[in-house]
Design a protein around this ligand. Structure first.
Ligand SMILES: Cc1cc2nc3c(=O)[nH]c(=O)nc-3n(C[C@H](O)[C@H](O)[C@H](O)COP(=O)(O)OP(=O)(O)OC[C@H]3O[C@@H](n4cnc5c(N)ncnc54)[C@H](O)[C@@H]3O)c2cc1C
Length: 338
């Protein structure tokens, strides 16, 4: 489990980082907190010639929030900083709930929101030592030509296992990306490709600068529920994020449900927005959305739990989250911005 040799470059600005990344192409890799990159280097899942350590770039740090532009989190904002940000529970409870569930305190102190949104996909056959992988002849994602999850196909089923992405999907987040052509913004929902090998829409020389959440998504009720082996540290085996706005009469005015760890990308359950808005609570409606969540989820044998159990938990988590959020009484605070 030794690391391959590499050179570390520490740019001090976004422009410099973009230049280094563009010049080195696939030979370069960004490292932020390193909590995913370092174990993966140790397992020899990749061997970049250059590591671009972005931690010295001041522009990538910090949280700002106001009622004109909404929330902006620099890519280097740590998960602990988000969990401890004083407005997270009031303004974006689904995000607070999700980041608190990531790994353990050590990883949350080091791990950044940018790194969490750009994680490598994971799979039982891929996240193993080089020796273990070689004994099976590798897999589609690394050194082989067979997907052990779905051996007949040519698709990699490695799974999206990050927790903050589904939460940010439910509040319609956007990413600010810098690259050789300048800056662009992209809805988070369009950032993920649902392909275990080619997971995110980042081009050569590009890096994530910040995450933006619109004011219109603030004050939605929200929660993230997660299945994992050990509650103290593990990656999700299934994750369900729900955010919704309910008016004083109990009518749903906005609703988003998103899933993690059951597809190669975090995914919105589109039926939730379509069928819940304008409706009052009913057990049948909630069960219907829970079944839609199962239809969106495609858990395969990529992790330590069975697909059947993970699908069942997606249904249960969706139902419980909707019940909890819909039936909670809130004060006026959830309607006010600022
Ligand atoms: C024991 C353990 C348990 C874990 N459990 C969980 C868990 O439960 N849930 C979970 O979500 N994660 C988990 N993780 C993964 C990880 O700790 C977090 O996802 C963390 O937020 C990753 O952030 P980082 O800054 O350390 O990323 P890094 O390791 O630095 O980077 C991760 C990936 O993102 C890319 N990257 C980083 N920043 C940028 C940027 N600004 N622009 C473009 N690309 C970028 C890197 O090139 C790399 O591909 C776990 C890790 C460990 C070791």
């Amino acid at each position: 489990m030794t690391m391959p040799g590499f050179r570390v470059i520490r740019p001090s600005s976004v422009d410099e980082a973009v230049r280094v990344l563009a010049d080195n192409g696939p030979e370069a890799m960004v490292i932020a907190g390193g909590t995913d990159v370092v174990p993966n280097l140790q397992m020899r899942l990749f061997a970049p010639r250059v590591l671009v350590d972005i931690k010295g770039i001041g522009e990538l740090r910090g949280i700002t929030c106001n009622d004109r532009v909404g929330l902006r989190m620099g890519a280097l904002t740590t998960l602990t900083e988000i969990a401890e940000w004083k407005f997270v529970e009031r303004c974006f409870p689904v995000l607070g709930s999700a980041v608190r569930s990531v790994a353990g305190p050590l990883q949350r102190n080091m791990g950044t929101i940018g790194g969490n949104l750009c994680l490598e996909t994971r799979c039982l056959w891929y996240n193993q030592s080089e020796f273990w992988r070689q004994s099976l002849g590798g897999c589609l994602k690394k050194q082989g030509d067979v997907c052990h999850v779905a051996p007949g196909g040519q698709r990699c089923w490695a799974v999206w296992s990050g927790d903050s992405a589904p939460a940010l999907l439910t509040v319609e987040a956007e990413l600010e990306i810098a690259g050789p052509g300048g800056r662009r913004r992209i809805p988070l929902a369009e950032f993920y490709r649902n392909d275990g090998m080619n997971r995110i829409a980042l081009g050569r020389g590009e890096l994530v600068v910040a995450v933006h959440v619109p004011v219109s998504s603030a004050f939605r009720r929200g929660v993230y529920r997660k299945l994992r082996v050990r509650d103290s540290i593990d990656y999700p085996l299934a994750g369900v994020a729900v955010a919704m706005k309910v008016d004083g009469q109990g009518i749903c005015r906005a609703a988003r449900v998103a899933l993690a760890a059951v597809n190669p990308a975090p995914q919105l359950v589109h039926a939730a927005a379509e069928r819940l808005e304008g409706k009052r609570y009913s057990a049948e409606l909630v069960e219907e959305i829970a079944h839609e969540a199962i239809r969106t989820a495609k858990p395969l044998t990529t992790s330590a739990s069975t697909p059947v159990y993970r699908r069942d938990m997606v249904r249960l988590f969706t139902r419980r989250a909707l019940e909890e959020l819909w039936q909670t009484r809130r004060g006026n605070g959830e309607k006010r911005a600022g």
